[in-house]
Design a protein around this ligand. Sequence first.
Ligand code: COA
Length: 165
Amino acid sequence: MDFKWFPLDRADVKDVDRIARQIHPTLPERVEVFEEKIRLFPEGCCKFVEAENIVGYGISHPWKLFSVPPLNQLIGSLPDNPDCIYIHDVAVLPEARGHNAAGSFVEIITKLARRMHIQKLSCVSVYGTEALWSRFGFQAASTETMGSKLNSYGNGTKYMIADLA
Ligand SMILES: CC(C)(COP(=O)(O)OP(=O)(O)OC[C@H]1O[C@@H](n2cnc3c(N)ncnc32)[C@H](O)[C@@H]1OP(=O)(O)O)[C@@H](O)C(=O)NCCC(=O)NCCS
């Protein structure tokens, strides 16, 4: 079996929606939310493929540190002076796990950030995935300044930052 990341096309959004519905039943997002991110920043959006089947996706975009786009809402546009690439989501179907999809997606986005002279990655860890993100250099950051911004992501979330410098 050969699992690989490829750029996500706008036509793939139905597969993203299918996988998101299966993996995130408690954190649903409208298909327009995925469409917008793919349109605004295709470079940061990838599909995880095995034998021409899309079995996972990763979505990221430039953003501002200590700011989190509310779940299931459009962002409108990207910031003029981003200081991080925000990893919105990485999701892989259960049968396609065990191939370091998350780690290799972080590597792709790290290279992209470096090309853009962006020094940080950020994400919101959900479902107790803090240990997973820590493996890739993310550290939980203080969320005191973030107010209620994390609320839409549910309980037990951690805002995490990876320093690429
Ligand atoms: C997160 C996700 C993409 C990781 O899948 P993956 O990249 O295939 O991960 P792998 O199975 O290759 O695991 C890589 C390593 O991370 C570990 N790991 C996997 N999921 C983990 C988790 N939730 N918490 C801690 N460690 C985890 C594995 O044990 C493995 O360790 P090993 O190399 O010592 O065996 C997948 O579990 C998933 O889709 N989960 C549901 C969606 C999700 O939680 N996304 C993240 C939202 S913030």
